[in-house]
Design a protein. Structure first.
Length: 81
């Protein structure tokens, strides 16, 4: 089930290391039970997203791959208490 995101982080076209820093900062500022939607196009960043956030800090709501006018992915994470 897709939730309405409280925060949207568009990382398409960003450098991987900067994207990860933005993710960490945004996630740190979020409150418990808020939803973060991440849009990205770099496959390395997508796999690294799950390495920089502790598994116990979020629930994965969904991960979609969108193809059409260029490939990109959408991920929604819900921050745990």
């Amino acid at each position: 089930m897709k939730n309405k995101a409280d925060h949207i982080l568009d990382l398409r076209g960003s450098i991987s290391s900067i994207s990860l820093l933005k993710l960490i900062q945004t996630f740190k500022e979020m409150k418990a039970n808020e939803v973060l939607e991440i849009l990205g196009s770099n496959l390395d960043t997508r796999s690294d997203l799950f390495k920089v956030l502790p598994d116990e800090s979020y629930d994965l709501i969904f991960l979609d791959v969108v193809e059409g006018e260029g490939y990109f992915y959408r991920i929604q994470l819900k921050k745990k208490d």
